[in-house]
Ligand binder design. Structure first.
Ligand code: DQA
Length: 146
C-alpha cells in the first residue's frame, strides 16, 4: 500500500513559523514520523513538498492510478486553489485533508477549504497527531475497500 504525503506552500518552513499555530516541528521531523507510523500500518509513505502550485497539480496528476491513498496539507492554497481541488477530484484513491492548526478557529478567510468536498476526511487542529489519524483512517478505508 503506497500513500503519498503532499505538502504545499510554506510548509517547508515549519519550525520557523508561528509556534502557537504549528508547534516547533520541522517538515523533516513530521515526514519521518509519518513514514514511521506508515511502516507500522504496513504502508509505504512517499513525501513531496512544493511552493509552486502548478508543480503540486502535476504531482497529483502523476498519482492517478499510482497512489493507494493521499494525505494532503496544501497550506494557504487550501483556501483558494480551485486548480488543486480539481486535480484532486481526478484521483480515484481516497484523499485525507490535514491541517496542523484549527483553520475553523482562525481568521475568517482561513475557515473555508475549497478542497474539502473532494476529500474523504478532513482533520484540523491536531498537529502531528492529525497526520497519524489520517493514516489510520486511510488504512481502515483502503483495507475495507480492497
Ligand atoms: C495550514 C493552515 C493554512 O491556513 C496555512 O496557510 C498553512 C498551514 C495548517 O496546516 O494549519 O500554511 O494548512
Amino acid at each position: 500500500m503506497t500513500i503519498y504525503l503532499l505538502h504545499g506552500c510554506n510548509l517547508d518552513m515549519l519550525g520557523r513559523r508561528r509556534q502557537e499555530h504549528y508547534g516547533g516541528i520541522t517538515l523533516q521531523m513530521l515526514e519521518n514520523e509519518v513514514v514511521r507510523k506508515g511502516r507500522e500500518l504496513g504502508m509505504k509513505v512517499r513525501s513531496f513538498q512544493t511552493n509552486h502550485e502548478g508543480d503540486l497539480v502535476e504531482k497529483i496528476h502523476e498519482l492517478v492510478d499510482r497512489a493507494d491513498g493521499i494525505v494532503i496539507n496544501p497550506g494557504a492554497w487550501t483556501h483558494y486553489s480551485y486548480a488543486i481541488r480539481d486535480a484532486l477530484e481526478i484521483l480515484d484513491a481516497p484523499v485525507a485533508e490535514v491541517h496542523l492548526s484549527d483553520i475553523y478557529a482562525r481568521e475568517e478567510w482561513r475557515r473555508r477549504s475549497v478542497i474539502s468536498d473532494v476529500c474523504a476526511v478532513t482533520i484540523a487542529g491536531k498537529g502531528l497527531q492529525g497526520y497519524v489519524e489520517a493514516l489510520e483512517w486511510l488504512a481502515a478505508e483502503i483495507g475495507s475497500t480492497g
